[in-house]
Every structure is written in structure tokens, then in C-alpha cells.
Design a protein around this ligand. Structure first.
Ligand code: IMP
Length: 179
């Protein structure tokens, strides 16, 4: 275990097993409707989960990336700025948004709205983690890996000051790391 990690919340093995289950469920549900989704991953945190998940989706999917950032201006608290947009048309497409964590829900609300405005036929969300106790916007992922308590977590894509994204598990940092 990394020396700065206090405890592991979700093990590498649990992530692998749950990703396989989600991939199977996604395959079954989209196939039943005759749909093939385009997976859109939100950079950077969702990359390890995207890589793990798509190995278990047995359809000829495509994937693409978007980068967004939250900013808190005086009149735009919780607004989301698009830093990197999709460079293809998604008109009439079925989008499966791949996220690392749903926290307040602001990011997903804004990105979902944007994708619908671009003409997506459907937008569904798959998130590795869900922190429902922090939600301020009424939005939920359609597929959730793990529901976790209100703790700041790192690993498997999630960062603290851009570090710890490469840990193969999700864990909580020791208190002294925040000082
Ligand atoms: P939301 O818009 O508040 O739902 O925030 C979503 C984004 O905040 C995620 O995609 C993460 O990048 C970041 N975030 C939220 N909670 C955590 C956490 O516990 N650790 C690391 N990043 C987090």
C-alpha cells in the first residue's frame, strides 16, 4: 500500500469484478434495445475506469473524451467550463458518459445538458463511485460501481493535486497529506 494511504475503501480486485459486472449489464441492456453506445469519458479521472470497463462491453462501441472544469466565479458557482469538447457529431447517438465519481452532481448535470443540446438521442451515466450524501443536484448515475461514504478519496483515476491517480485501488489519504 502507498505510504500516504490511511485505508483502502475499494480494492483493485473489487473494481475489476464490479467493472466486469457493469460491462455485462451494459452490454445486455443496450443490445436488448438494438443500440450501440458511444462511451464519452470525462478527463482525467475516468480514464482508468474507462479502460477497465470497455474490456467487458461486448459491442462495437466507440469512445471519446471531454475535459471540463468546475469554476466558482461570483455569479457562477458550480458552473462547468468545457475545456475539451467532442470533435464529432453525436446527433441521434446513444451516449454513455463514463465518470469517476458523482459528488455534487453539477458536472454530470451540465455535461448531460450539453450532450442533449448537441442532439444525442439518449445520455446514460456509468460512474465508478457515488457519494450520494454530497449531492446538491438531483441527478443519479444509471450504473454505479460502488456507493461510498462522504470521504475524499484518491486512486484509480481520482487525484489530490493531480497525484495518486495511478493507484490501482480507491483509498483515503492520511490526514497529514492535507497539511
Ligand atoms: P461533482 O460535479 O461535484 O459531482 O464533481 C465531480 C468531480 O469532482 C469528479 O469527477 C472528481 O473529479 C471530483 N471529485 C469529487 N469527489 C472527489 C473525491 O473524493 N476525490 C477526488 N476527486 C473528487
Amino acid at each position: 500500500m502507498h505510504p500516504n494511504i490511511k485505508k483502502i475503501l475499494v480494492s483493485e480486485e473489487a473494481i475489476q469484478t464490479r467493472s466486469a459486472e457493469l460491462g455485462k449489464q451494459i452490454t445486455q441492456e443496450y443490445s436488448a434495445k438494438g443500440q450501440v453506445p458511444i462511451c464519452v469519458a470525462i478527463l482525467k479521472g475516468s480514464v482508468p475506469f474507462l479502460v477497465t470497463l470497455i474490456k467487458h462491453i461486448e459491442m462495437d462501441i466507440e469512445f471519446d473524451f471531454m475535459a471540463v472544469s468546475s469554476y466558482e466565479g461570483t455569479e457562477s458557482i458550480g458552473d462547468v467550463k468545457i475545456i475539451m469538447d467532442l470533435n464529432r457529431s453525436i446527433k441521434g447517438e446513444h451516449i454513455l458518459l463514463v465518470e469517476d465519481i458523482v459528488d455534487t452532481g453539477r458536472t454530470l448535470k451540465e455535461v448531460t445538458k450539453l450532450l442533449i443540446n448537441k442532439g444525442a438521442e439518449t445520455v446514460k451515466i456509468v460512474s465508478l463511485l457515488d457519494k450520494p450524501s454530497r449531492r446538491v443536484i438531483d441527478i443519479n448515475a444509471d450504473y454505479v460501481g460502488f456507493t461510498i461514504p462522504n470521504e475524499f478519496v484518491v486512486g484509480f483515476g481520482l487525484d489530490f493535486n493531480e497525484k495518486y491517480r495511478n493507484l490501482p485501488y480507491v483509498g483515503v489519504l492520511k490526514d497529514e497529506c492535507y497539511q
